[in-house]
Design a binder for this molecule. Structure first.
Ligand SMILES: O=C(O)CCC(=O)C(=O)O
Ligand SMILES: [Fe+2]
Length: 337
């Protein structure tokens, strides 16, 4: 893995809203924000306190026999526990009461009241605890999408994925390593929907995933009180180095009507992107009417067309090429039908 370029995510200390909006936000690159006022949660949120305040509220959790959760082979189970029992188990190494095995790992991604319809909102599901957590005021109230508890057993690793909202991931207790990849490296990540099939990012199987080395790895370790800005579409993979409690806040980057109305998780592609992907599927289906060698040829032409038109790293094409492109009869493909 020495070939993979690694970059440390920059850390900014004591940044105010103006500096964030002026210097960080428009860059659309991840940044660690240190020294923010997250409220009394930083001192208060011990396992004991959470147990007491969170009480018997039922939470749906991920449980797995190994700490690296694998969405491809579904090596985890969804279970339900009272919040206090979940916190107790997630904070201990071995368990007296367990679902799968004595040293199973736990992960909570909190959900809305009506799981399928409503995004999570700490102030609704955990009002007492929400009062201890101050959301950094880096966006207008009407851009708010959700606030989500992220509580992990020590060692828990969550697969590489992207979300479609802008995100502030606050680490309240414990430390967490986060590895990120740029949306521009999407072709090197072996995507299956919003997730990367490369589960072991530290020693990937390069016979299966030879292109993975080309993806630039951005890395940081979040300490209690740190907040990581994850711009929409940036891939992230998290590894809890201790039992840890975090909260992430998603907010809309694009106008509200750009997003799928039925998306409680903040990970459905914007409506225009979803429509474009569907149109591509239809186009591929149409190509199936041709013999294999024709499909190959027209498939390559379609790739070239998409690359020229959309990829910011292929802007080196000459103006002559771009002009001829615009008038080319083959550009019916990207025009709205
Ligand atoms: O650290 C975690 O629990 C994962 C966080 C995450 O995926 C997010 O904030 O979008
Ligand atoms: Fe995420």
């Amino acid at each position: 893995m020495e070939l993979q370029e690694t970059v440390t995510v920059p850390t900014f200390t004591d940044l105010d809203e103006d500096a964030f909006l002026r210097d960080i936000y428009p860059q659309r690159r991840p940044a660690v924000l240190r020294g923010m006022d997250l409220g009394p949660c930083l001192e208060k949120w011990t396992a004991e306190y959470l147990t007491e305040k969170g009480g018997d509220k039922e939470v749906k959790i991920h449980v797995s026999t190994v700490p690296q959760m694998d969405f491809l082979h579904k090596n985890f189970a969804y279970k339900t526990l009272p919040f206090k029992e979940f916190v107790k188990r997630a904070s201990e190494k071995t368990h007296c009461d367990y679902f799968l095995c004595k040293d199973e790992s736990y992960y909570l991604r909190s959900l809305g009241e009506d799981v399928r319809k409503e995004p999570a909102d700490l102030s609704k599901q955990f009002p007492d605890l929400a009062a201890d957590f101050h959301i950094p005021e880096f966006f207008a109230p009407d851009q708010f999408f959700s606030s989500v508890f992220r509580i992990s057993s020590c060692g828990l690793q969550l697969w590489t994925h992207y979300d479609v909202m802008d995100n502030l991931l606050a680490q309240v207790t414990g430390t967490k390593r986060v590895v990120l990849y740029s949306p521009q490296d999407a072709l090197h990540l072996y995507l299956s929907g919003d997730k990367s099939e490369v589960l072991d990012i530290d020693s990937p199987d390069l016979t299966r995933f030879p292109e993975f080395v080309k993806a630039k790895r951005y890395e940081c370790v979040l300490e209690p009180g740190d907040v990581l800005f994850i711009p929409a579409l940036w891939f992230h993979n998290t590894l809890a180095l201790h039992f840890g409690v975090g909260v992430n806040v998603f907010w809309r980057h694009l106008p509200a009507d750009s997003y799928d109305k039925k998306d409680p998780y903040g990970n459905k592609d914007p409506v225009a992107a979803a429509r474009a992907l569907q149109a591509l599927e239809r186009a591929l289906h149409t190509l199936d009417e041709l013999p294999a060698d024709y499909r190959d040829f027209y498939g390559r032409r379609m790739i070239q067309r998409i690359q020229k038109r959309t990829c910011s790293d292929s802007q080196s094409t000459t103006s002559t090429q771009q002009d001829s492109d615009r008038t080319s009869p083959s550009n019916h493909f990207t025009k709205p039908g």
